[in-house]
Design a binder for this molecule. Structure first.
Ligand SMILES: CC(C)(COP(=O)(O)OP(=O)(O)OC[C@H]1O[C@@H](n2cnc3c(N)ncnc32)[C@H](O)[C@@H]1OP(=O)(O)O)[C@@H](O)C(=O)NCCC(=O)NCCS
Length: 169
């Protein structure tokens, strides 16, 4: 039985592996998103680890693990404006479709509900990530109609198209 636990610094390499697996699933010819670009995005391991350590210290990094292997990760987020976000959600390749993403998503919703009751929760998801969009719809999220396209890496002209979704709790 999988369960959600707070991440520790020892989980950082496993968290990075889950995130990278997630990003590799966004590879897309039409948008010019190549495996090489994803590799480039994950080059600065030291910087990424530092950021993850900060999230762990702020007690908003949650994982599912099996033995010592990190199978999935989520970091609930509150924007400066106060808007609640599901935050990064990734399940390791080979472990998807087993309910781990649902456990982490429900944990993120519970996290926000406890701290800020009755506020909607938002997320951005890659526009062509049909499986994930269905997954969020199954959990009650609806499309808001808002779209954005950010550079995949700082300074790059390759953009990743995303749509916003919202859950009213
Ligand atoms: C989207 C994601 C977090 C869902 O986690 P999960 O553990 O696979 O989800 P669950 O097992 O709880 O639910 C499975 C559902 O997710 C959807 N799904 C999306 N991508 C999937 C994949 N690669 N494999 C299996 N199911 C996937 C399916 O619609 C499935 O629905 P079903 O049960 O009706 O068939 C996970 O598939 C993932 O990490 N994907 C790659 C990264 C990503 O897209 N992250 C979301 C960023 S916004």
């Amino acid at each position: 039985m999988y369960k959600v636990e707070p991440a520790t610094v020892d989980d950082i390499p496993g968290i990075i592996a889950c995130k990278k697996d997630g990003w590799l699933s966004y590879v897309n010819d039409e948008y010019g998103i190549t495996p090489a670009l994803i590799e480039e995005k994950f080059k600065n391991i030291e910087g990424i680890s530092k950021r993850l350590q900060q999230l762990i210290e702020e007690k908003r990094s949650f994982i599912v693990r099996e033995n010592n292997l990190v199978l999935g990760v989520n970091n609930p987020e509150v924007e400066d404006s106060g808007r609640l976000r599901v935050g990064a959600l990734y399940v390791r390749d080979g472990y998807r479709g087993k309910g781990i993403g649902s456990l982490l998503l429900n944990n993120s919703i519970k996290y926000h509900k406890n701290k800020s009751p009755n506020k909607p929760i938002f997320l951005f998801v890659v526009e062509y990530n049909k499986g994930a969009i269905r997954f969020y719809e199954r959990h009650g999220f609806v499309r808001t109609g808002v779209k954005k396209s950010d550079p995949i890496i700082k300074g790059s002209n390759i953009l990743i198209p995303e749509i916003e979704m919202r859950l009213d709790v």
